[in-house]
Design a protein. Structure first.
Length: 186
């Protein structure tokens, strides 16, 4: 960090009254899990979301003096988090700017959705680690509601083998999700 950045940060924070600083810290602290879920939803990668959250927190902290008390801290901080996620995605050629905006506009997590957001993100991450044939099997069985007997015919396996295969896939996914959620809690 350059000396100019240090002075910029301290001057931004010095502009705030002690009461405003304390309130700002409380708002930022309370917003952390929501910001993490929001960024993970945008990127589809909970591990990358943690890194982007750290960058977003730095920017939020540097811009503390720009936040107006009485306005929505969630909206203000999400805008910053969105730009940080977009920069991350652009640098790594993950998503186009247009797709990031579509994702952000389509998925605004409310308070009730917060509890469901992390498991969905973990599931999405875990599914991305499966090979194509396993994903196709899961999709056919659970999205298309294809009967086991039909899957057995298509794959050339016995119905019992298909059931065992699906059971193993569910166990792999459950183990992965539990690992992701445990990692998130640390």
């Amino acid at each position: 960090m350059s000396p100019n950045q240090d002075s910029d940060e301290s001057s931004s924070l010095d502009q705030l009254s002690k009461e405003h600083q304390e309130h700002f810290v409380q708002l930022l602290t309370d917003e952390q899990s929501k910001l993490l879920n929001y960024i993970a939803m945008l990127l589809g990668d909970p591990h990358a979301a943690r890194n982007v959250l750290q960058e977003a927190n730095l920017v939020i902290w540097r811009k503390a003096a720009e936040f107006e008390l009485g306005t929505s801290f969630t909206a203000w901080s999400r805008k910053i988090a969105f730009w940080q996620a977009q920069a991350y995605a652009r640098d790594r050629h993950v998503f186009s700017d247009e797709l990031m905006e579509q994702i952000a506009n389509r998925n605004h997590f409310g308070v009730a959705d917060q509890e469901e957001a992390s498991p969905r993100i973990a599931l999405r991450h875990c599914l991305s680690q499966l090979n194509r044939s396993h994903l196709e099997l899961l999709r056919e069985r659970y999205e298309e509601d294809t009967p086991i007997s039909e899957l057995a015919k298509r794959t050339g396996k016995t119905p019992s083998a298909v059931k065992v295969g699906l059971m193993r896939l569910r166990r792999v996914l459950l183990k992965c999700i539990r690992k992701e959620l445990a990692f998130e809690g640390t």
